[in-house]
Each structure stands twice: as C-alpha cells, then as structure tokens.
Design a protein around this ligand. Structure first.
Ligand SMILES: C[S@@+](CC[C@H](N)C(=O)[O-])C[C@H]1O[C@@H](n2cnc3c(N)ncnc32)[C@H](O)[C@@H]1O
Length: 220
C-alpha cells in the first residue's frame, strides 16, 4: 500500500509539468506573445528621445475640427504625442498602451505641456473597452482587427472614430514600418471595417513618397 502510494505520487510529480502545460498552453502561449510585444516596445521606448516625436500625426492635426469635443480614448497611445495634442484642444483624454515605458513618457510629455491626461498600461488583447463611454476614439499606427467591434461599442451615439495606419502597399514600396501582414491593411479594408458607421472621411494613398496609409473618420 505504501509502495503504491509512493508510486502514484512519483507519477503525478513526474507528469505534473506536462499536465500543467497541457491545460495552460493556450493561455501561456498568448501571454508569451504579448509579453514579447511588451518587451519589444519597452526596448524601443527605452531612449531619452521620443521615437515618434512630440508632434501629433498630421491627419489628426488637420481634422481635429471635425471631432466632437468631450471624452476621447487614444488606443495604443505610445509616447503620447496625439493624446497630449487632444488634451491641449480641450478633450478629456484617456490613453492606453502595453508598454510601461511609453506610458511613463506620455505622462512626462503631458506634464511638460501643462495638460492632464489619464494614461494607463493595458494589453488591448485582453482589456475590455467600456461601453457607450467615448465621444472620440483615436487609433494611430496600431491594427488589431478583433478590437474593432469593441471600439464601436465604446463610442457614445454620435461619437467618432479617427484612425490611420499602414497598408500592404507600405511593405511593397519598402518603406519603413511593419513587415508582418497581420499589421497591414488590405485595400479598402479600413473602410470595410467601419462601413456600418457613417463615413465622414476616407483616403488610401502613398504620402510624400514616404509611407502608404489609410485614414478614416467615421461617426456612430
Ligand atoms: C507604431 S506604435 C504607435 C504609437 C502611437 N499611436 C503613435 O502614433 O505615436 C504602436 C503602439 O502599439 C502598442 N501596442 C502593441 N501591442 C499592444 C497591445 N497588445 N496592447 C496595447 N498596446 C499595444 C505599442 O506599445 C506601441 O506604442
């Protein structure tokens, strides 16, 4: 009896790591991928300099007048160049990013610009956007297709999305930017993703022979 108990115990301990791995594998591999992303971006942002600069995306600067004033969420905000610009224009700004270093730099940029923003660390693969909360959702140079339904649900009625990111053409031209096709929009894809909203503005182009992008403003 003692022998067989020992036998069962040793079998359990021998196979325990395998059993744990079997049950946790899908979760473990997901969080591993995300922690890789986090490490990648934390390393990129580990400089004194602001790698994307302190000035907002030109598309935001040019079209801020179209956006309804109120509460805005800047998705994957990076070092805060767009969030701070929105705060300077009277928006109440929430901004999130997976990188702690990005969030720290965004807070510093807000402080030196004398504006308040609510910047927080969140992994958008798991974070749940609050529903019916925002007048504007801004997303620049971040593509997570399965987040789009949540982005729409997070808008108040009459709220607007402002979105710009790279298309597959960016890679074809060999411009700087992501090479992974998962992070590149196909022709008309951004338009299709938001076609159930009212499209206020849409374009797809190569800009200044430097980058190929799609830009959209849409209203719920
Ligand atoms: C190209 S940068 C754009 C930053 C910013 N929107 C801008 O225009 O300056 C992409 C951003 O996505 C963030 N990111 C990547 N994966 C993420 C995730 N799963 N959740 C939240 N942010 C993520 C990165 O940390 C990075 O700041």
């Amino acid at each position: 009896m003692i022998l067989s108990t020992r036998f069962y115990l040793s079998v359990v301990f021998l196979y325990l790591p395998g059993i744990i791995y079997f049950f946790l594998h899908p979760v473990a591999s997901l969080s591993f991928a995300n922690s890789q992303d986090k490490m990648f971006w934390d390393k990129k942002y580990g400089t004194e300099a602001y790698i994307f600069g302190k000035e907002p995306v030109e598309f935001l600067r040019e079209h801020i007048g179209l956006l309804p004033r109120g509460k805005v969420l800047d998705i994957a905000m990076g070092e805060g160049r767009n969030a701070v610009f929105l705060a300077k224009h009277g928006f109440e700004v929430d901004g999130c990013d997976i990188s702690e270093r990005a969030i720290k730099k965004a807070r510093e940029l807000a402080r030196e610009s004398n504006v308040a923003i609510h910047a927080f660390v969140a992994d958008l693969e798991t974070y749940q956007l609050p529903k019916d909360t925002y007048d504007v959702i801004a997303c620049f140079y971040y593509l997570q297709r399965d987040l789009v339904p949540q982005m729409k649900a997070a808008l108040k009625p009459g709220g607007m999305i402002i979105y710009e990111t790279y298309t597959t053409e960016n890679r074809e031209h060999g411009f700087e930017g992501p090479k992974n096709m998962n992070y590149l929009l196909k022709p008309n894809e951004l338009l299709d993703l938001f076609k159930d909203l009212k499209i206020i503005y849409y374009r797809e182009l190569v800009l200044n022979n430097k980058k190929a992008i799609a830009s959209l403003i849409a209203k719920k």
